[in-house]
Design a binder for this molecule. Sequence first.
Ligand code: AMP
Ligand code: GLY
Length: 658
Amino acid sequence: MSERCLKTKAVLTAMPKRVLILASGNGSNFEAIVKYFQGKGLDVAFELLCDKKDAYVFKRAKKLGVPSYFVEFESLYDFLNARKGKYNLYVLAGFMRILPEKILKICAGSGKFYTDAGCCNIVNIHPSLLPKFKGKDAIKRAFEAKEKKTGVTVHFVNRNVDSGWIIEQKSFDTKGLSFTQFEDSIHKIEHKMYPEIIENLLFKKRVLILGGGARENALAANICNSPYLEKLYLAGANDGFKHLGETVDFTGYKELLEKSLALKIDLLVVGAENPLCEGIADIFAAKGIKVIGANKAWARLEGSKSFAKEFMLKNGIKTADYKIIDYSAGENRAAFDDAFNYFLKKAAVPVIKADGLALGKGVCIAENINDAKLAASEFLAGKFGSASKKILLEERLFGREVSVISLWDGKTLASFPPASDYKRLLDGNNGVNTGGMGAYAPSNISARERNQIKKYLKTLEMALLEEKADFCGVVYSGLILTKDGVQVLEYNMRFGDPECQVLLELLENDLLSVFLAMTQKRLFDVDLKFRRKKAYCLVLASDGYPESPKKGAEIFGLNEAAKFGCKLYFAGVKALPGVVLRNFNPNHADKKMPVNENTKKLSGLDRETFENLLTNGGRVLNIVKSGSDDKKTLDDIYKAAQVISFDGKIYRKDIGKC
Ligand code: AMP
Ligand code: GLY
């Protein structure tokens, strides 16, 4: 590269972001924003535009050294048109005007998007939980309406009052607050949240998702529409969703790390447990890449059942009684006999569990003591390699199981509603255990059970704090609701599959914004909000699953299926050899606004049909839908299941019904 080129490049990368703040009055948000960026030393150049000559905001601008312009509303179009393309973001901070379409279009600029849902270059803050209390005097009206909860909304701007795409909301309880306190609480939230959101919109993130199942498809489909996404990268994606991002090929984690550094990846999201147990989070974190996923030390909550037991016992978390038999240093008959005698004395048949990861197959629930002994011997002889050289004998518990998936950032635990998965292959919960044949959320549980779970989660949070669990990721509690209360069957350190698919359906927050808050240890600040609906997921599997599923059958009817309003997430699929993948993402057909250039192609706006997929694994694909009418939702899912066809298609007929 010539010196001149280098210079130009340096200048370009050093170019500050430019932001035009539009205000009409006092300008307290204006001041909070400018001070936040000045305080952080971020290279952002602000300018102020105000349509009221004597507004106090001019004084603030002068004090802060921000150039300001008085522009009457009638001249606003000409002013903005003359500066077209100059600003990265337009921020409304108490600007008391509705922007007409022609102005929205100028601000949208070329290559940006403008649709009914808004212009993704203009943000506004509104002091209520939209869509409640749109328009003027929102705080006063919410107070007078005695709202139990109120809050603040940041949204993109469209041509209707306070109606654009909601980016984030924050709420608080209003109980016992005077009007002044009510108003102060709103301003306090505004001054904190608005600058943080603006920072995330100005400095969008490059995200890499690792993993190739339907869970990762769901994560990718959610993240690829985030307003905070610069670009999505996928490692290990299957052919059913790899078009949602750019593929990063790799053979080992070192290569993945090197490529991630070269691509300037900001955030790695890890789907499955193996990479976590092998320490991928530590490898990436050491080079400054943020990770959603436990470090190696804490991945042991999933990777070592004995470690999980110690953690639970130490922290007063209820779990089944157990004994350990360890053959890793050689056979130990005495330990074997002791452990079995312990359970014989209680006249109980223990559940046998491999200590380490065994592809979800490391649990044997034997009907009698001889079968239990046989299973124990097989495990110890190395049925799952070193993972079962150490085993647990565990008291068998009875009750309904629920999965509670929580996010943890080192300081705060925030949980999704309980979800239920269907582990058994056949209807009526018969047949062998599988990875999961379907799921729904929230689980049907009583208020008493809900309270028990809440209490358990508090204990878990205290335990993680006490142990200084310094990771940013997922804690999945496999719970069983026994007659003596909630007990923990197992921990996983990742999203459940297929639980993740239904939980994301309920989540109202932008997932990437939640992840970013986690990496900044700000999860305490995030309100996880869930739609008041039920979400269901049905897994279409291939005959022979789980032992030896048929592969290579062509899948038909995918486009038909999407017509039932269902989302399709792909797992064991592969494109027909020689077929060029085309854009098809039925999941985004309902999205109102593509947020950036990257997502335009993915949004479904220019989608084409996509067939030519072959089965390539046990669980082939998921059909997911949510709604307030359970019967209709399930009907649509099952109609979609019928129109999708492939040789060897199998699925449970009783998802959501038992
Ligand atoms: P895991 O591999 O730990 O997910 O266990 C698989 C399944 O085995 C669980 O979801 C339960 O259905 C069952 N299970 C595990 N431990 C016990 C136990 N102590 N009592 C009864 N069922 C169990
Ligand atoms: N659905 C169970 C799991 O993800 O382990």
